[in-house]
Design a protein around this ligand. Structure first.
Ligand SMILES: Cc1cc2nc3c(=O)[nH]c(=O)nc-3n(C[C@H](O)[C@H](O)[C@H](O)COP(=O)(O)OP(=O)(O)OC[C@H]3O[C@@H](n4cnc5c(N)ncnc54)[C@H](O)[C@@H]3O)c2cc1C
Length: 402
């Protein structure tokens, strides 16, 4: 993809999707302006959990420092918030009073973390888990050890809990339903995971509905709706995300949950694209980094005049910290399917879901080295046939079988 067009593409949002789109366009010779409201140069949001767990440093997070951005020819405005889009004039306004023009606009504004509307939710030391600044605040709060409560036992909540525990806090996770990571794990895998985290000193309370955060200025505990009071010096909410589509909505673009786009990531206006977690394609918003990056590349190619269409693919998820060997892909429940389970109480747990002789979902706990092989089977969508007998034992067994 190489063009000589000097028209300017303005990208709002310097997260992974915005950065990938900027880099792809710059490499194709386009003039790119990238504007993001976070003060840091573009960084690896996915790796925040590793920083929180003290496995890497803050500097390791940075993917594109100013020198690299300059070498790519990308004009980067960090710490600058876009407050309005004027689609008729082809320009945007920024919080510091600036106005920037564009020929093509790409919205890569991502998601914002949801803050539960509980009494006390605005107290100091009630933090969210989304940005570098959030993690900086969490690390600062771990200084004296103490007790932390994480509200939310999904993937992010558990990574937050593991990181805070690694930094010496006594951590309790409150989860609203009866199964950790219920979107990715079945009941048995979730039980295994609870045991694994408990062995690392993390307390898990399931079916726990928080009703208030206690404290005067700072949080000092959480009240559950059954009346229990759990003291804590730090409360982290990891209860979900919402697409950041407010700019698009105010500018009159078609917005449902996210900014509605077609397969080329084009919004309801021809010269405005939306990519990553802020975009909605066929009723779905993505929530993981790989599809966000794929969308960024599709939009860049469309801006350069290439015909490319985004196709949603099956997602997978894994916990990155706490040494938790857990991986899941595709469906977790399938009413018209069948399941094959391998359950060694002291070893591996594998649950494979099949529908019409195709693998449609897999959960692995204890041993995840075969994840890529199962992922390929799900994506290929080919009949399992004779593989069925040995499927839970993984590819090594297939090769060894006569
Ligand atoms: C702790 C953590 C761990 C994660 N781990 C994984 C993982 O293991 N695997 C995985 O696939 N995904 C993971 N994710 C999710 C992944 O980070 C997201 O899917 C990805 O960041 C989405 O990229 P994006 O560019 O669409 O949005 P974002 O990363 O949200 O970037 C959007 C950017 O736009 C900025 N912005 C918004 N509005 C404006 C405005 N008006 N003006 C200027 N800038 C604006 C935002 O501040 C932000 O910097 C994790 C997320 C977190 C928080």
């Amino acid at each position: 993809m190489q063009t000589t067009n000097s028209a300017t593409t303005l990208i709002i949002g310097a997260g992974p999707a915005g950065m990938r789109c900027a880099e792809t366009l710059a490499r194709a010779g386009r003039r790119v302006v990238l504007i993001g409201d976070e003060a840091s140069p573009p960084y690896d949001r996915v790796a925040l959990s590793r920083w929180l767990a003290d496995e890497i440093t803050q500097a390791d997070l940075i993917t594109h420092d100013p020198a690299r951005l300059a070498a790519l020819g990308i004009s980067f405005h960090g710490g600058s918030r876009v407050t309005a889009i004027d689609p008729a004039r082809h320009q945007v306004a920024t919080a510091d009073g600036g106005v920037i023009g564009y020929d093509t606009l790409v919205l890569a504004t991502g998601s914002r973390a949801i803050r539960l509307a509980l009494p006390g939710a605005q107290l100091a030391n009630v933090l969210l888990y989304r940005t570098l600044d959030d993690v900086r605040a969490m690390i600062d709060a771990t200084g004296d050890g103490g007790r932390a409560i994480v509200i939310g036992g999904g993937l992010l909540g558990l990574e937050a809990a593991a990181g805070l525990a690694a930094r010496g806090m006594a951590v309790t996770v409150l989860h609203a339903v009866d199964r950790l990571m219920e979107r990715q794990l079945d009941q048995r895998a979730s039980r295994r995971l609870s045991g694994h985290l408990a062995a690392r000193g993390i307390t898990i309370i399931e079916n726990a509905a928080s009703s208030a955060i206690l404290g005067e200025d700072r949080a000092c505990g959480v009240v559950l709706d059954d009346g229990r009071v759990l003291p804590a010096e730090l409360v982290v909410m990891a209860v979900g995300i919402a697409p950041e589509a407010s700019l698009a909505r105010a500018a009159g673009l078609l917005v449902a949950r996210g900014i509605v786009v077609d397969g080329q990531m084009r919004s309801s206006r021809n010269d405005i694209f939306a990519i990553g977690e802020c975009a909605e394609f066929q009723g779905q918003c993505v929530g993981l980094v790989l599809p966000a990056l794929a969308q960024a590349e599709i939009a860049a190619r469309a801006i350069c005049g290439e015909a490319a269409t985004w196709q949603p693919a099956t997602d997978s998820a894994a916990l990155k910290v706490a040494g938790a060997p857990v991986w899941s892909a595709g469906l977790v429940e399938c009413a018209d399917g069948e399941q094959i389970t391998l359950d060694d109480p002291d070893g591996a747990y594998r649950r494979l879901l099949l529908r019409q002789d195709r693998l449609v979902g897999a959960v692995l706990f204890g041993e995840t080295a075969d994840a890529a092989w199962y992922m390929r089977l799900i994506r290929d969508c080919a009949p399992i046939g004779a593989l069925r007998e040995t499927l839970p034992f993984g590819p090594a067994y297939q090769e060894a079988a006569p």
